[in-house]
Design a protein around this ligand. Sequence first.
Ligand SMILES: *[C@@H]1O[C@H](CO)[C@@H](O)[C@H](O)[C@H]1NC(C)=O
Ligand SMILES: *[C@@H]1O[C@H](CO)[C@@H](O)[C@H](O)[C@H]1NC(C)=O
Ligand SMILES: *[C@@H]1O[C@H](CO)[C@@H](O)[C@H](O)[C@H]1NC(C)=O
Length: 456
Amino acid sequence: MGSKFGFYLSALLVALFTSSVHAQQKAPAASTFYLDKTETQFSLSLANDSADVYIYFASPAYSWVAVGFGASMENSLMLVMYADARGDNITISPRLSTGHTEPSFSPAIKLDVLNGTGIYDEMYVLRAVCHACRVWPNGFLETSSTTAPMLFAFGPAMAAQSDDANAPLRRHVRYGTFSMDLVAATGAGAGVPEANAQLRGAVVQGMSKDRDGKDLAHAICGCIALFVLWPVNVALAGFLRNIKVHVGVSVVMLAFLVVSFALGIATSAQYNRSQAYRSPHQIAALAALVPSLLMAVLPARSIAALSPRIPKLHMPLTTLAFALLVLSGGLGLRLSLSSTSLVVAYVAVALFVAAFTTSVLLCVRRRGSAYARATTRRRLGEEDEQDLGMARWGVGKKLSGSSSDGSWEGGEVGGPYGHERSTSQGSFVVGRGTMPGPQYLMNMHPGVPVYVNGQK
Ligand SMILES: *[C@@H]1O[C@H](CO)[C@@H](O)[C@H](O)[C@H]1NC(C)=O
Ligand SMILES: *[C@@H]1O[C@H](CO)[C@@H](O)[C@H](O)[C@H]1NC(C)=O
Ligand SMILES: *[C@@H]1O[C@H](CO)[C@@H](O)[C@H](O)[C@H]1NC(C)=O
């Protein structure tokens, strides 16, 4: 009887003992950060007899999620995770940053990913041990702190899959800070912490929405310039007699482009992919500066007068600048990792605007711009009176003065929109003393081209 009782007692004790040992193995010392809103959990367990740091990190599958060891992004060690290329597991990328900019992958920090890592129920789950995570370039884990500063951040909620630990990241949409008790997280028999939907040894300090609108403003200014002001301006130049409106709208458009450029430059330092100005988006944008500047400068009175070819450059430059800027915009969407639907919409709008401006330009090319036709009429009216009697002798001398005032204000007869075949061309020729002859004077329909044999 007594021995039987003794047997049961010892069995009970053994059971208690083993279960407590088991419990100790199953639940190592750990501190846990848990965010209710997103059900994000980040737990740390630090071995007290080695440098091992055990990590459990679980979060909804945004494009990326990250935690960082440090008070701010600068010099923090950040663990960024996102879906791998197949989308059925995660890529974990330890990264460092030199400021509030996109962090760069740091191959020196090695994380051993353990069993139980993957994407489960649309949650990223990381179980890992890091053997050398307590010290990194320009930073260290304050293991003696009960309020070690930590960071967290979420990328936008959209698919972004890559096996590349250096994959480009979109800017975070939400980020925040918390503190963690690393003393409580340290103990013997450290291991991967359990899933645990409860704050323990951690304090959430705050979460903010990202308010940086530079990217968006950059894109919006560029699109207004390119898809609203540009076609309006082409139409105004083609169909309005008053060239000053065209000049005015050009200035406004240029202002939008300048603002867009400035915002782009202000943003470029934020991302690894744009820091060096080597992305196709930036190269196309910088290339577009050349025709854009020429377009702005060449119509100036003094420059346009240098050669009759100069005003004729305006239309090809327009087309070139537009093509480069549209290309740059599309590449910019790629650079900012925009969704495919946005890219498709962009291409559709770009094609529509391109078709519109092309048809306006073709129309203008045939008829001459309203301004040029009006100017031509005016000139012909004057010249007809003055020159009829002089037609036989040295008319060139008389007209040489007027031929040099080809500019915006002073009656640039050729006009910017290519009237290579209009009478206006004659005036330049006249200026150089090769008067086209009687056909010129017989033109009773100003604005309708007159062709002179052997001369353009
Ligand atoms: C994900 O990858 C890790 C290591 O690469 C592996 O241990 C784990 O089993 C994988 N998970 C799934 C669900 O395949
Ligand atoms: C990995 O973990 C799962 C449960 O999370 C378990 O079923 C499986 O046996 C483990 N595999 C190995 C190789 O440990
Ligand atoms: C680790 O912690 C345990 C108790 O949690 C203690 O018994 C042991 O001495 C510690 N080891 C070291 C190296 O400090």
